[in-house]
Ligand binder design. Structure first.
Ligand code: NI
Length: 131
């Protein structure tokens, strides 16, 4: 069984600057300021507190991959991202356990171009795997 480590909690927000201020009031520090992901058409900012990392994700246009999710969930956490010692094995393990890939491993500009893939489970929703 490959080891999975939590990398971040993905948090959908409509207004990223105001969300940063709200998280600052809770004591979060900016780890990496806003980066535009031109593949997913979202702004992304990483915040940290007590060893936890939160990723703010905000759609920049109506055809962003998360525009529909924001309408559905409003401002809310919507995925947990995992890092694996062996991503291919982790991916195989997840898909063998009821997770279905909803895209293919694709570079993430906010993670320095590392690839990520999103999977969904019918019982726990969306997860992200750094690939
Ligand atoms: Ni994420």
């Amino acid at each position: 069984m490959p080891t999975l480590k939590i990398h971040h909690i993905g948090y959908l927000v409509k207004k990223i600057e105001k969300a940063k201020q709200a998280f600052a009031a809770l004591g979060y520090l900016v780890e990496q300021d806003t980066v535009y992901d031109d593949i997913r058409k979202v702004d992304i900012c990483f915040l940290v507190k007590n060893g936890y990392r939160v990723e703010l994700v905000s759609p920049v246009s109506e055809d962003s991959v998360v525009a529909g999710l924001l309408k559905k969930y409003k401002n809310a956490p919507y995925h947990i991202c995992y890092e694996a010692d062996d991503p291919a094995a982790a991916y195989a393990e997840l898909t063998a356990n009821g997770f279905a890939a909803i895209d293919t491993p694709t570079p993430a500009p906010a993670l320095g171009g590392r690839k990520v893939v999103f999977l969904t489970s019918p019982v726990i929703g969306m997860v992200e795997l750094i690939y």
